[in-house]
Design a protein around this ligand. Structure first.
Ligand SMILES: [Zn+2]
Length: 399
């Protein structure tokens, strides 16, 4: 626009880039219209079109300022900080705070459409969890200041069940947003996590299987028949496996370290032929991780052609996370996110990513940042550019 005449009208105003331009254009239009007194029909119609154009651009600018045009939604809720499993428990409220701080630091925060999660309904929950199990959780809800231990790892504080209901609600909201084209992708920053929760049993820090509730909502509400769930948390997604073991509508790609909780045995095989496990031995690093994903997951994903894709996004396979002995780098999560987006382009970019594990605050926050950076369409993060160069050099040197 710089140097050209706005709307074909004579003007000596020079147009600077930025927010002021809309107001400049608007005032030039009004001044010109009033001074010339144009009444000819053609001119009026043309000028009305110009007005419409200005209004459209102003609205777009205001939506941009409000973050409403961002392609990736960030869905969370202050309640997630009020699930308090106790001092020294690794699944701590600080996890969400650390992630948000890192996203702000890296300039990703302003590129996201922020959404406050809603509460899941009993009807939506009942698609996955029997009412008897939900009544059990309600009956175990402790008083303020107390905690109730379901097992050694899984703990409920006074507001844990409410937080869990909003965590599942966040995934339902994410499904609605991507299905109704209000976002391309969504990241649900939730606690407690969900992938160890079976239909009738809590475990591994999880009360409600958030991803499973989202999957069943997508099937019930939008009649979707092909859904992929990719679980890259370092622990086996035993809860999600139990829920979908007989449901061939769900492709479940699951990677984990082989000698960790929940120590999967794979003795019970269900009727769903679309479950692909990759069990990594301790000390697996970036090269072998990427090779396995490339060979075992991506062809399955391409062949299955999902209409919607969920990610059980755990970041505890990072080399700095002491809950596992895998040696991934935050750049691996950027690589994986990119590969998933690329391979799943057949599902119109509909991706719902849900936070699971990741307990070392620094590596968790950097890994989520790398993942969300790619989801938000910001390209390849710096950490990945540098690390991938190093990885390629190592491969060349060893060849
Ligand atoms: Zn985990």
């Amino acid at each position: 626009m710089k140097g050209s005449k706005p709307f074909g009208l004579p003007s000596k105003v020079s147009y600077s880039k930025g927010r002021g331009r809309f107001f400049q254009e608007f005032s030039v239009f009004i001044n010109y219209y009033l001074s010339e007194g144009r009444l000819k029909t053609r001119a009026v119609l043309r000028d009305l079109n110009v007005m419409k154009n200005i209004i459209r651009r102003m609205r777009s600018w205001l939506r941009h300022l409000a973050g409403k045009e961002a392609r990736t939604a960030w869905i969370s809720h202050p309640l997630f900080l009020r699930h308090e499993p106790g001092v020294h428990h690794p699944e701590a409220p600080e996890r969400i705070r650390a992630i948000e701080t890192e996203l702000r630091k890296q300039g990703i925060w302003n590129r996201l459409q922020k959404v406050e999660a809603g509460e899941v309904t009993d009807k939506q929950l009942a698609l996955v969890h029997p009412r008897k199990y939900l009544r059990f959780l309600e009956s175990m809800q402790p008083q303020k200041g107390k905690i109730y231990r379901i097992d050694d790892d899984t703990v409920m504080s006074h507001e844990s069940l409410t937080a869990a209901r909003y965590a599942a609600g966040a995934v339902v909201n994410a499904v609605d947003m991507v299905m109704n084209k209000r976002a391309h992708h969504a990241f649900c920053a939730v606690r407690p996590p969900g992938h160890h929760a079976q239909s009738g049993k809590a475990g591994g820090f999880c009360l409600i299987n958030n991803i499973a509730v989202g999957v069943m909502h997508a099937i019930a509400q939008y009649r979707i028949q092909k859904i992929a769930v990719i679980d890259f948390d370092v622990h086996h997604g035993d809860g999600t496996t139990e829920i979908f073991k007989d449901d061939p509508r769900v492709l479940f790609l699951n990677s984990f370290e082989n000698d960790l909780f929940p120590f999967p045995s794979f003795e019970t095989v269900g009727k769903n032929p679309h479950i692909v496990n990759i069990a990594f031995p301790p000390d697996t690093g970036s090269y072998d991780f990427r090779k396995e994903i490339r060979e075992k997951w991506l062809p399955k994903l391409t062949a299955f052609k999902p209409e919607l894709l969920f990610l059980s996004a755990g970041f505890d396979a990072h080399k700095s996370d002491e809950t596992s002995r895998l040696n991934l780098h935050e750049a691996d999560y950027a690589w994986l996110s990119h590969k998933i987006i690329q391979t799943a382009s057949m599902c119109k970019g509909r991706i719902v990513s849900v936070l699971e594990g990741g307990y070392a605050l620094e590596s968790l926050s950097k890994s989520v940042a790398a993942h969300v950076y790619v989801l938000a369409g910001m390209g390849k993060p710096d950490c990945a550019v540098q690390y991938d160069k190093l990885l390629n050099k190592q491969v060349t040197d060893n060849a």
